[in-house]
Write a protein that binds this ligand. Structure first.
Ligand code: ATP
Length: 220
C-alpha cells in the first residue's frame, strides 16, 4: 500500500507539500485550524478537515495515528508547532517532518523527537549562496551540519581523465558517488577506470570542509 501522509498547516509550505504529494499519486489528509484554508483545499486534497492539532483527542478521532508520515508546517505559532509534533510522536506516527522557523525552533523540534526538520528559508539561502559562488554547482544538499552532497558540472580540467587519475578522495577527501551523463544516464558507484566526459555532472559526498576545498580549486 502507498504511504499515507497528513499535512498539518496549509500555509504556503504545507500547501505546496500537500499539492505535490497529491500530484505524485499519494493520499494526503490536510488539517488546518483556519476554515478558509480548509475550504481552499477542499477541492484539491481528498481529505481536508478543520482541526486544532494541539488537541490530542481531535487527532485520534481523525485517525492520524494510522498515518505513515506527518508533516508539521505550522510556522508562527511556536507553541502549536511544538505541541503538535510532540503529540504526533506520542501517538506513534513513524515519521514526523517538522518545519522550523528559527535555529531555536529547530533545536526544540530535534529534542522532542521530530525525525526530519526543514527550515525552508535557511536551507534555500544556503543553497543559493553556494550556487552564486560556484558556477559549476547544480545542486547542494546539506546532509548534516558537517556533511553535504553536491552536484557539480565536471570542470573542464577533468575531461578525459579517469577517476583513478583524478584521485579525488586522496586529494580532497571527498567521494564521487555517481556521475550523471548528458543523456541522463546515471552511473552509480563509478569504477576507478571511468572517464569524465564533457557535460558530466558529478555527485560528490564529503565533509563541508573538504567539499569547500574541492569547489575552491575549480573556481574561476
Ligand atoms: P507559510 O510560510 O508556509 O505560508 P507560516 O510559516 O507563515 O506559513 P503559519 O501561517 O503560521 O505558517 O501556519 C501555517 C498554517 O498552519 C496556517 O494556515 C495556520 O492556520 C495553521 N495552523 C496554525 N496553528 C495551527 C493549529 N494549532 N492547528 C492546525 N493548524 C494550525
Amino acid at each position: 500500500m502507498k504511504k499515507q501522509f497528513v499535512v498539518i498547516g496549509l500555509g504556503r509550505f504545507g500547501g505546496t507539500v500537500s499539492k505535490e504529494l497529491t500530484r505524485l499519486g499519494y493520499e494526503v489528509m490536510g488539517l488546518d485550524r483556519n476554515m478558509r484554508k480548509v475550504q481552499e483545499y477542499a477541492s484539491i486534497l481528498p481529505y481536508v478537515y478543520q482541526a486544532d492539532t494541539t488537541d490530542e483527542n481531535v487527532l485520534k478521532e481523525l485517525g492520524v495515528q494510522n498515518m505513515d508520515h506527518a508533516i508539521v508546517s505550522i510556522g508562527d505559532d511556536l507553541q502549536a508547532s511544538i505541541l503538535t509534533t510532540l503529540i504526533l510522536k506520542d501517538l506513534g506516527v513513524p515519521t514526523v517532518t517538522a518545519k522550523a522557523t528559527s535555529e531555536y525552533h529547530r533545536r526544540v523540534l530535534e529534542r522532542i523527537g521530530a525525525d526530519h526538520i526543514v527550515q525552508p528559508e535557511r536551507d534555500t539561502g544556503v543553497r543559493v549562496a553556494h550556487q552564486l559562488t560556484n558556477k559549476n554547482l547544480v545542486d547542494y544538499l546539506e546532509l548534516s551540519p558537517e556533511f553535504s552532497l553536491v552536484e557539480v558540472l565536471a570542470p573542464k580540467e577533468m575531461h578525459g581523465q579517469t577517476l583513478k587519475q583524478l584521485n579525488i578522495r586522496a586529494r580532497y577527501g571527498c567521494n564521487i558517488v555517481a556521475i550523471r551523463r548528458e543523456d541522463n544516464r546515471v552511473i552509480v558507484s563509478p569504477l576507478a577506470e571511468e572517464k569524465i566526459l564533457l557535460g558530466d555532472i558529478l555527485v560528490i559526498i564529503g565533509s563541508n570542509q573538504d567539499i569547500n576545498r574541492f569547489e575552491k580549486r575549480f573556481e574561476d
